[in-house]
Write a protein that binds this ligand. Sequence first.
Ligand code: PEP
Ligand code: MG
Length: 535
Amino acid sequence: MPDPARPPRQRLSGLGVSPGRSAGPLVRMAGPPELPAARPAADPAAEIATIAKALEAVAADLRRRAADTADATAAEVLDALAMMAEDPMLREDAERHAREGRDAPHALDAAFAGHRETLAALGGYLAERAADLDDLRHRAVATALGLPMPGVPSPGHPYVLVAEDLSPADTAGLGPEVLALVTERGGPTSHTAILARSRGLPAVVACGGVLDVPDGTVVSVDGRTGDVTVGLTPEDAADVIEGDRRERARLAGGGGPGRTADGHPVKLLLNIGSAADLGPDAADAEGVGLFRTEFLYLDRRQPPSFDEQVAAYAEVFARTSLVVVRTLDAGTDKPLPFLGLPPEPNPALGVRGLRVDRVLPGVLDTQLDAIAAAARDTGATPWVMAPMVTTVAEATDFARRARARGLTQVGAMIEVPAAALQAEELLAELDFLSIGTNDLSQYTFAADRQHPGLADLLDPRQPALLKLIALCAEAGHALGKPVGVCGEAAGDPLLAPLLVGLGVTSLSMAPICVPAVRDELSRHTLEECRRLASL
Ligand code: PEP
Ligand code: MG
């Protein structure tokens, strides 16, 4: 007999962006609530009681999350939000609106709107807190309407998180209960994908129809193929989890440095956002090939102090001998609120990455000072590189400033076609190049890296992209300097032999990708890799 509570099996498909398989009950992330038409509120006391309960529930939820997170900065932010929800003036305002005849959701909405206006009028840092108030407003209104609170759910058991899309801050704050991620939007190199990989969470993006699957339905997620199977039994789910555990154990058995079947060495490095990403899997990698320093500060509204930066960098330098630090890559899909950059009509083509130095010159200099101080404190020799380098003049200027601080290994990311076309001239000024295939695809194919409908254009196997990678690798060969790949393509086991065949000397990827890439490389000789690259 079919189980009426279990929907028939159905397969949805999206883009697999973070390898591994998992299964469990699905929980959807609720969006902001829609305010229904106002209803007559005959009993203001009942509305006032609903207001109090809603604000208390919001504050309690935030405080619980603050207590549950291991991230001290996230806990601080959550506690500060809880205090805003407990603000007696906000509550009094909402009560006043209720006494004037509004129902609880509308009274809350009106009170938040009033406070938002006041903050916005004050400008500067306080105006930025207006976005926090919106977040609290959505939570309080949803609760008063009897709807689930928006934001990452915390149902009290392991679950597969489904959302339309996730902001970088949402993804960074995911709790340990999340088994896998599925989003209806998002692209293969979006930051949701990157952060899922850094957390080792299987993830599928651009999965049409997944938001229609009811909460509680048991689903399996395959982060390599992009398949999402709906309507499993709990026993099926346990089998999926066990199969994944066995596959991870098999791959982890490999170990050792990266090399082809005939022993040609290819450094396998890690992409990280903080020392916390250097988990147990990190132990057998050969270093860090991309330390995305902006990930440390995604939800910060105040700039990190110099000492705080030194401590965060030193924590990573102390843990591994080779570290490639990328200076802050702010803007477009990775906004850093503390910089206060104004909105732009075309942010991906605007002031981002190294270009921020044009409008806020102190930020890069302070960061380079902090990296140099962390290097001195730990005795490390970090490699340092800038994102979004476009011209030789920019590379020369960056190298001068880094070397003036005693940083001896200076490089550039190749993310802009203009830089790839000038790879040899750039490399003459530098010590290494690191190819960011995520942005290099975006700018080569004029296709937004977050756009789910353009994923075919962003496929790194496209000949135009491979030609640009080859130009960089040839420059490295000519000058005897390393040229690696640190975009998401480097973690794709099927692409790794081809990249090695083109001549790249290292592959840097999320820790979760290393075992499969190492396994695949060990199956091909260098000659086979070169043949793949010449096809
Ligand atoms: C890239 O663009 O390929 C890259 C590694 O940088 P990010 O994904 O952080 O923009
Ligand atoms: Mg990039």
